[in-house]
Every structure is written in structure tokens, then in C-alpha cells.
Write a protein that binds this ligand. Structure first.
Ligand code: 13P
Length: 253
């Protein structure tokens, strides 16, 4: 059975003091063998600090983005090999803030996803519709288009390791969570799409939900058949907030 994953996307938040107290608090609070795979995504400058604190622990870490080129004249960018140099196992690709605020297109996201996979990182592919798109009844067609761009570039094989995160834009940072029914419906749509290409990969693929996940709604969301955990923003910035989500996970074994 797919193991639940709880991932904290810190976005552009943090300081040396905050990283140290947050990660120490998580390490102490999680205990031995947490029921979920736990991952944090700090801003780039704090990756060495995360590596120092988390090495040999059960908490993994990753980058919030990457440039698909290996190296060279790309001022301000970070490559997959640099993330690997600091022990990252995962990297987010196509977060809606990257798409909306920094102009990343489906094609850009696909190239980042492929570069991450080829370098040996596990890409977490974020997809999701805006409120207007949902109201126009376009949720499935938008998610379908976002997935197709990546599938056409990289094929199905990377999804034997990669993770998909469904993050409806209208639920991010708004306190408006998708209901478990709404989220489950889109997760099932995503899994069925993969099942039409490869049943084994579809069965193993972890699909996380993101958008105002907190300690009060996580258990209901994660209880749904096709919701394999959460990608958490705001609530991942405090020890209590993130631990309450991690502790609401019940083992699926
Ligand atoms: P919030 O949990 O703050 O809504 O953010 C979700 C998100 O964007 C995670 O990547």
C-alpha cells in the first residue's frame, strides 16, 4: 500500500534561528518511525543547515525549484546537481506560485521535471486549477493538460518514483480547503489517467493534496482512497502545526 507522505513547503519563509528550532522541534516531536514519510522544502540558503540537522534522521529534505540546465550562465538559478550536493532527495516542480508569479509554462515545468528525474532527484509535480477554471467546469481539463505536458516530455517511466501534488490554486493560503470529496474526485481522475497508461505505476503513484491542510482537516483528507498525504504551506512553519498533521496519519498497512 502507498505510504502517506507529509511534506512541508516553507516557501520564502525562514531564518537560521527558525530553521534550527523548527527542525529540532520536529525531530523531537516525531518520535521513532513516524507513520508517514516526512519531507521539508526550505528555501535554498537553508539547505546546508537542513542537511546538517536532518542527516541520519527520518526526515528528508528537498528544493522548492530547480533550473533544468546543468550549469552555466544562469544568474540566480540552482541546478539539480547543486541540490544533490546538499543531500536533497526531492524537488518541487511547477508549484502554482512559480507558474503564476514567475511565468513558468507547462513546457518549462516539463523540462524541470525531466531534468530532476534524470539527475536522480524525485520530482514532486504540482498541478491544479484556479477558482475561475473550477467555476467554468475546467478542473479536469486543466489538470489533464498540466500532466500531459510532462508525460509528453518525460514519458510515464519517471512516475514510478515521482510524486504528484494536486493543489487547487483557490485553496492555497486562503484557509479554504477542498472538501475531502472534491479532492478525492480529482485524485481519482489523476490516478485513472495514469492507469490508462500503466496500471502498476498508477497503483504505486503517490498523489498528495495541498491547499490549507492543517491539523483539523488532515485526517479526513488522508483517509480518502486516492489521497496519499499532503503538501503543506502555512501549517508547516510551526512545530505544533506540522506535528499535528504528521500525527493525524494512521498507518495504511
Ligand atoms: P497552504 O498550506 O499555506 O495553503 O499552502 C499550500 C501550498 O502551496 C503547498 O505547496
Amino acid at each position: 500500500m502507498r505510504k502517506i507522505m507529509v511534506a512541508g513547503n516553507w516557501k520564502m519563509n525562514g531564518s537560521k534561528a527558525m530553521v534550527s528550532s523548527l527542525l529540532d522541534g520536529l525531530l523531537h516531536g516525531l518520535g521513532e518511525q513516524p507513520g508517514a514519510d516526512v519531507v521539508v522544502f526550505p528555501p535554498f540558503p537553508y539547505l546546508p543547515q537542513a542537511q546538517e540537522i536532518l542527516t541520519a534522521s527520518d526526515i528528508a529534505w528537498g528544493g522548492q525549484n530547480l533550473n533544468p540546465e546543468e550549469k552555466g550562465a544562469h544568474t540566480g538559478e540552482t541546478s539539480a546537481s547543486m541540490l544533490l550536493d546538499f543531500g536533497c532527495r526531492y524537488v518541487l516542480t511547477g508549484h502554482s506560485e512559480r507558474r503564476a508569479l514567475y511565468g513558468e509554462t507547462d513546457a518549462d515545468v516539463a523540462r524541470r521535471f525531466e531534468a530532476a528525474d534524470q539527475a536522480g532527484l524525485v520530482p514532486v509535480l504540482c498541478v491544479g486549477e484556479t477558482l475561475e477554471e473550477r467555476e467554468r467546469g475546467e478542473t479536469e481539463s486543466i489538470v489533464d493538460r498540466q500532466l500531459d505536458a510532462v508525460l509528453q516530455q518525460a514519458g510515464i517511466a519517471p512516475f514510478a518514483r515521482a510524486i504528484v501534488a494536486y493543489e487547487p490554486v483557490w485553496a492555497i493560503g486562503t484557509g479554504k480547503t477542498a472538501t475531502p470529496e472534491q479532492a478525492q474526485a480529482v485524485h481519482a481522475f489523476i490516478r485513472n489517467k495514469f492507469a490508462s497508461l500503466d496500471g502498476t505505476i498508477a497503483g504505486q503513484l503517490r498523489i498528495l493534496y495541498g491547499g490549507s491542510v492543517n491539523g483539523s482537516n488532515a485526517a479526513d483528507l488522508f483517509a480518502r482512497e486516492d489521497i496519499d498525504g499532503g503538501l503543506v504551506g502555512g501549517a508547516s512553519l510551526t512545530v505544533e502545526g506540522f506535528l499535528s498533521i504528521c500525527h493525524s496519519v494512521h498507518s495504511r498497512d
